[in-house]
Each structure stands twice: as structure tokens, then as C-alpha cells.
Design a binder for this molecule. Structure first.
Ligand code: TXA
Ligand code: MG
Length: 316
């Protein structure tokens, strides 16, 4: 798949029409959402979804989130318990993904769920993604980055990560939230946090990861990784390090000089991309408070700093 020409176009009516044509033809398209850019394919089209896995270099055991227009569209795919319905009513459209039992006969290609009996569904609060879903139906879309690497919050991040491997990127500007959706699994009445994200767990009333027997197969220790090693809780930096600051620690580039966690989340991946491109041989990051959306920021940073897979394993 390498060697394709990758076109970036504005996410206006003409761009959306191009995206719809490409998706109907089975070609993956990178689209903006309120969290991060997604690499979308029609969820019912197994061959198209296989192209998404191939473009990202994503392991086949790692299932995808399906994006829907609303709760009614979700109800054609998954079993919705009263607890799930309440969460949808309160947080959709928005950055909350629910893992629910897949309905038998739902038009979702088997490759989307990696064979699991559950499906992750999310209703994005983004006009472009909503317009595309309205035209082609449910969209399977992982984050639009090479597997294991830094997520994309701008069209040029997508081009840097997947250029030559996909045909089309819709440029909708920077993503407002800048960090992925919060993922929860519902099993009967019990709710478990599978991934901290843009909606703080406190808001969902989830205090601890309740055991449901459902896990997120993609939550690997090393993820969101720049090329360089990453050191956390760095009050100061060594000479060779690019220092990412927060609050009173200025660094070379700050996530938020005023110590605002929402701003820090929105700038996190852009700042990691800048640090990676800086030419420094290592990256140091100032301490980030763990409350609110800080929990999601620290989750991403811990994985960015984790030991990388050994030589021989591809890091795409
Ligand atoms: O904000 C987001 O959620 C973005 C945008 C594009 O919507 N998407 C995103 O997708 O972050 P991705 O593929 O990068 O992360 C999805 C996570 C993975 O860790 C995957 O293992 C988990 O969701 N997941 C998907 N389906 C699942 C399922 N049925 N059960 C458990 N975990 C699941
Ligand atoms: Mg991802």
C-alpha cells in the first residue's frame, strides 16, 4: 500500500463528497473528529476495514470503534441496556465510547471486532464525521496514526504518519478535545473504565475499574510513542532533552502555561509531534496533575514513556 498519492483537502462540502465517494469504493479516508483524527471505512465492508488495519500496521487482534449518528443507529448494532441508554442520553454526541454486546446479524464485518462478542460504539460530536455517517452509515475508525505511534490532532500529523499509505485526508483543522474518547464497558449493571479519555471518569461516576471480564485488547503498555525515549515528571531537562512544560515549568514548549488541563489535553499530541521533530535525542515531560482529564493525559504519557517492543517487532 505504500507509494499511494495522499491528497489532503478541506473538509467542506466538496471534500465530504470526495470522502463519501472514496468510502463507497472501499478506500479508507482520514476524517476529523472532536477527539483525534480517525481513519474510517464503512463498518460493513470487511475488505475496506482490512485496508485500515494494513495502512496502520495494526495487529489483527485489536478491534475498532464503530462511529454512529445517534443512539438509534447504535441500536441496529448492539444491545443497549438501560444503564447504557442513560449514558448515551447524557454524553452523546460526545467523546464517550461504549462497549456493548454485538447483535447477531448486525451489519458489521467480523474484522471490526476482531472476533469479540462485543462492539465499541461512539457518536462523534463533529459535523464532518456526522455528515459522512449520514451518507454512508456506520464507520469503523481507529485513530489515524501508524499503530503504536503518536495520535493525530491535525491533518498534517495524519499526512506525516500515514502519507503514502492512504488516499485521502479531510482537513477539518485541529481537534478540539485533542485526546481520545473515554471507553467504558457495560456488562449488565456493572460499568468498567477501559480507557481514560476526554470525559473524566469522575463525571461518569466510575471510581475504580470494576471487573466486568471485558478488556480493551489495544491498551498495550507501549503506545503513542515518539521515536525518542520519554522521561516523565521532569522538573528540569538535561542538555540533550526537549522539555515539555506545564504550569510554572516553562520547558521548550508548554502544554499549558496557565496550568489548564483542558488546554494541555488539546495540545498534548501536537506537542509530542513537535518534540519528536525537534532533533533532540530524548524528550522530558513536566509533572501533570492526575485529576479530571489529567488522568487521560498521564495515561498517554505513561504509554509514550514505556519500554518499546524489541528489535524485529515493527512499530507501525
Ligand atoms: O476518540 C476516539 O475514540 C478515536 C476517534 C477516531 O474516534 N478513536 C480511537 O480508536 O481512539 P483506536 O482504535 O485508536 O482505539 C480504540 C480502542 C482500542 O484500544 C481497542 O482495543 C478498544 O478501543 N476497543 C475497540 N473495540 C473494543 C471491544 N469490543 N472491546 C474492548 N475494547 C475495544
Ligand atoms: Mg489509537
Amino acid at each position: 500500500m505504500t507509494g499511494q498519492t495522499t491528497q489532503t483537502v478541506a473538509a467542506d462540502a466538496a471534500g465530504i463528497a470526495l470522502a463519501v465517494t472514496a468510502l463507497r469504493a472501499g478506500d479508507p479516508v482520514a476524517l476529523p473528529t472532536e477527539t483525534v483524527y480517525g481513519l474510517a471505512a464503512v463498518a460493513a465492508d470487511g475488505a475496506a476495514v482490512a485496508r485500515v488495519y494494513a495502512a496502520k500496521g495494526r495487529p489483527a487482534f485489536n478491534p475498532l470503534i464503530v462511529h454512529v449518528a445517534d443512539a438509534a443507529m447504535a441500536a441496529t448494532l448492539v444491545q443497549i441496556s438501560p444503564a447504557a441508554r442513560a449514558l448515551m442520553a447524557r454524553f452523546w454526541p460526545g467523546p464517550l465510547t461504549l462497549v456493548l454486546p454485538l447483535l447477531e446479524g448486525a451489519s458489521v464485518a467480523g474484522i471490526v471486532t476482531a472476533g469479540l462478542p462485543t462492539l465499541a460504539v461512539r457518536c462523534p460530536a463533529h459535523a464532518v464525521m456526522q455528515a459522512v455517517i449520514a451518507a454512508v452509515g456506520p464507520l469503523a475508525a481507529p485513530s489515524a496514526n501508524a499503530s503504536g505511534r503518536i495520535s493525530a490532532t491535525r491533518a498534517d500529523h495524519v499526512a506525516a504518519s500515514l502519507g503514502g499509505r492512504i488516499g485521502l485526508i479531510l482537513d477539518g483543522g485541529p481537534c478540539a478535545a485533542g485526546i481520545e474518547s473515554t471507553i467504558v464497558a457495560l456488562d449488565g449493571a456493572s460499568v468498567a473504565l477501559l480507557r481514560p479519555g476526554a470525559i473524566p471518569a469522575e463525571l461518569l461516576g466510575i471510581t475504580a475499574a470494576a471487573p466486568t471480564g471485558i478488556t480493551a485488547p489495544g491498551q498495550l503498555a507501549s503506545h503513542y510513542a515518539p521515536h525518542q525515549p520519554v522521561r516523565l515528571d521532569a522538573l528540569t531537562a538535561h542538555a540533550h532533552e526537549f522539555h515539555i512544560g506545564f504550569g510554572r515549568i516553562a520547558g521548550d514548549l508548554s502544554l499549558s502555561a496557565s496550568g489548564d488541563l483542558i488546554e494541555a489535553a488539546a495540545r498534548l499530541f501536537d506537542t509530542l509531534h513537535a518534540a519528536e521533530a525537534s532533533g533532540g535525542t530524548a524528550i522530558a515531560v513536566a509533572p501533570i496533575p492526575d485529576n479530571g482529564i489529567g488522568a487521560a493525559i498521564n495515561d498517554r504519557l505513561r504509554r509514550a514513556a514505556a519500554a518499546r517492543p524489541h528489535d524485529g517487532e515493527r512499530r507501525r
